[in-house]
Design a protein around this ligand. Structure first.
Ligand code: RRO
Length: 314
């Protein structure tokens, strides 16, 4: 199967990216993985100031996946500018890199865009509106407040010409409405979905397994929520969609394409196997041979995008 695709005015050598928060800023994985074999990756979310993150344990496993409350641990804007992005600019040529940004206020997002826009090493912003582990807004992400989504994205739009990819939440009761607001405010693409709020408790004590209490659920158990979200968004917009949530192997990525995604992001699977993404790329080539599909873009993405936007979805 031909995996090259063209999204946001750019060529991607294949449709497989690593999801935000699962690959640091790339350099953390350079010894275990050929970053240049990927379609791309999204950095850990950058905040204005460095953040140490939440108390350990920050991740816990369960049979259908993983729960995390990292708490936005990251080196902050200044280090992203002076150290992380310059490394990417020097070392990554073929993979497309998006910088994830996260703020506590609208103004923080805007200052992040202003602070990063002039720096090399990335092709666009993924605007993380959906972190479930951010206590400062009372745990409610921007993504669940359509006015806030609109304010953040329109403010970012006024400050950059680079592509803006809005990362939305799986537990939005009116996702189609939020998607329309995001598009009207200037989003160029969507990433669906972030993790789903969840809680794991020690049965003997009733205390939370994570140091911070609740967290965000990811892994195979998230896949149905991700597919539903992509399909619902596809009924509301023709914008490109990055599908994420429970992508382990080729059939999962194909299911996202059939739901309406243009590209996929892999996250939790890379924790279990660092080379899961290159294995997925090879798996897609095999899947295509086995099923007589010769082009990801023409036979999977386009066909199903048209079908979904014609209203054949629920
Ligand atoms: O850092 C985190 O705890 C985190 C973030 Br920013 C996010 O967007 N999604 C998630 O599951 N964890």
């Amino acid at each position: 199967m031909r995996l090259q695709t063209h999204v946001l005015g750019m060529d991607f050598q294949n449709p497989v990216l690593l999801a935000a928060g699962t690959c640091g800023f790339g350099m953390e994985l350079e010894d275990v993985l050929d970053l240049e074999a990927l379609g791309g990756f999204v950095t850990k979310s950058v905040t204005l100031e460095p953040r140490r993150g939440n108390p350990a344990p920050r991740v816990a496993e369960f049979p259908a996946g993983m729960l995390n409350s990292i708490g936005l641990a990251n080196p902050g804007l200044a280090a992203a500018r002076s150290e992380k992005l310059p490394w990417i600019a020097r070392n990554v040529r073929n993979a497309r890199v998006f910088v994830s940004i996260a703020g506590h206020t609208v103004d923080e997002y805007l200052r992040l865009v202003e602070g990063l826009d002039g720096v090399d090493g990335f092709v666009g912003f993924e605007v993380n509106l959906s972190c479930p582990n951010d206590a400062r807004r009372g745990g409610a992400p921007f993504a669940l407040d359509p006015d806030a989504v609109s304010d953040v994205l329109s403010g970012c739009r006024a400050r950059t010409q680079r592509p803006l990819v809005a990362k939305l939440a799986p537990n939005d009761p009116n996702l189609a409405g939020t998607v329309r607001r995001a598009e009207a405010a200037g989003a160029d693409a969507l990433t669906l979905v972030n993790t789903l709020p969840g809680l794991l408790l020690h049965p003997s004590t009733g205390s939370p397994e994570l140091g911070a209490g609740a967290g965000g659920m990811s892994g195979p158990g998230l896949r149905p929520a991700g597919l539903r979200a992509v399909r619902e968004a596809r009924t509301a917009t023709a914008l490109p969609i990055f599908g994420v949530g429970g992508v382990l192997a080729a059939p999962d990525a194909v299911a996202y394409a059939r739901a309406g995604a243009d590209l996929v992001q892999m996250g939790t699977a890379t924790f279990a196997a660092a080379r899961a993404a290159p294995a997925l790329i090879r798996g897609l080539e095999r899947w295509g041979r086995r099923h007589g599909v010769t082009s990801w873009r023409d036979e999977l993405v386009r066909a199903h995008t048209l079908e979904a936007t014609r209203g054949t979805t629920s």
